[in-house]
Ligand binder design. Sequence first.
Ligand code: UDP
Ligand code: MG
Length: 316
Amino acid sequence: MPNHVSVSIVIPVYNEEKNLQIMRERLLPIMQGLGKSFEIIFIDDGSSDNSLVMLKEFSQNEYIKVVELTRNYGQHAAIMAGFSVCRGDIVITMDADLQNPPEEIPRLLKVMEDGNYDVVGTIRKGRQDSFLRILPSKIINMVARKITGVEMHDWGCMLRAYRRKIVERMISCHEHATFIPALATVFGKRVTEIEVSHEERYGGKSNYPLPKLVNLQFDLVASFSDFPIKLIMYGGILLSFLGVCFGIVLAVARLAYGASWAAEGVFSLFAILFVFVGMQFFALGVLGEYIGRIYAEVRKRPEYVIEKIHSAKGKE
Ligand code: UDP
Ligand code: MG
């Protein structure tokens, strides 16, 4: 591998044995066709299938490096691990499942170089996912934009290019539960977005069932704003206000219609009580989410632990 690297490709891998071979076959010629020095870094995020074995074999190739993590740390932590190892002036992240076509890389690079951008984000065009996977994403994209104030139109597409200085700024954050595209958008001065095509997952199935997706989005919201806590506060004020109004209505009704009327309202009171109790639990849950994240930060455990870096012998 040459000493100076122009472009690094960073790919997190979690149980992608069905996709890796074809990924490599499509990616390598494209990178070689660029006429630039490059490296491809796969991060094995604690896969339990055959992925690591395949990747180790890939690492015999002079352009490919494989970072083996000790366990599953999640997509964004895995990318951070890749960032810590990569050396390119421009760093491109992408998924291992071929949903981001490697054929888009030259265009991404061209936009970055022509416009002298720090970050080139992407918007998925003709997204090939199930309706149930797209709908939550759409809502999430909108809410995320409003809440965090970060102008990004597609938060989920990982095919993105970053300049070295942005990558270094992100590494120096040492944040747990982070959301890389948002972080980069905040850290870069010249940021743009282009449309890229999106394909169906080649093999296997998505690693993001709904609960994991919800958790990831909470990471996003919690690490960029205190909006949920504010929401509880305003909600609380509104609820107490409504409660007082309701009390007044009950008192007036009691005076106007007598005690027999009031007793018949007992069950509706129960219903209202349940709503409030539910709200309180919800509020506690949100607070708990934040406390859990603070706890993770305070413990100062590393966001990921690298077991070993595999590369061809004598390559460096
Ligand atoms: N991934 C990872 N660790 C995880 C989950 C996912 O490294 O815990 C990788 C996965 O191998 C893929 C990328 O992150 O390269 C995106 O995952 P996936 O395709 O499952 O997400 P989706 O496309 O459904 O959003
Ligand atoms: Mg995918």
